[in-house]
Write a protein of this length. Sequence first.
Lengths: 91, 170
Amino acid sequence: MADERSDTTELDFTDAELDMFGDFTEAVQRCEHPDMEKYLARCPGSAAKMRPILEMALLMDSAVTQYRRKYPHVDLRKLRELVQKQPGKEK
Amino acid sequence: MRDAELVAGILDGSVDFAVLWDEYWSRVYDCIRRMVGDAELAKDLANCVLERANEQLARFDAKKGSLWTWLHLKAKTVVIAHFRRHRLRTVSLEVLDDSREPTCEGPEQVYERAAVWRAVDGLPEPERSVLALHYHDGYSWDEVARLLGTSARTVRRLAMRGLVMLRGRL
């Protein structure tokens, strides 16, 4: 874990990359189906670095959306807390 | 018609609210349907969002964001309020529905099976909280920043690092 943290803390982002990421993920959250390539074009020198992050953001959104479709009335935060409190899962 | 002109026209009576309704209802419906996964429920909640928007239209401030952003926030509020009101009854029905499936898999089991979510739970803090607040609870990055008492850029940086870590674990 310590190694992973030191690896990622070395990974920093420019303001333009942070803004592009924020705008893209919030457009996804607003169900606007944003075109990833258009957002990547805002930071052409960072496309290789940013593409896997935006893809991972889409995967996260997709995982939550699929779960909500299957269980539309489950409070995800409460469920997460419940699962974490199960025996053997105490952190 | 621009947002501010549309709203001003509705408020002074020169534009019918139906114009706004026609322009945004499908978008609100699509968004809510994606959140709740049920077409009929999404229709009811989309109607509720636009009725509430009609009542509160004078509060819309175009300087703070677009009309769609304002309606999206209202949609989120309406959906969360609906879940809170109906949680116990509807969760029990979902569990009953699942008991008829051969796997008897309930929401907790599905949650545990979802590798991506297990990976989120295994992230260090504060990356885990940042991603959970955005993806599980539906907060925007600005809202997450306010909740955690930090800046929006710091929150975005943490989210991006969290996603990089997740990618390495999946």
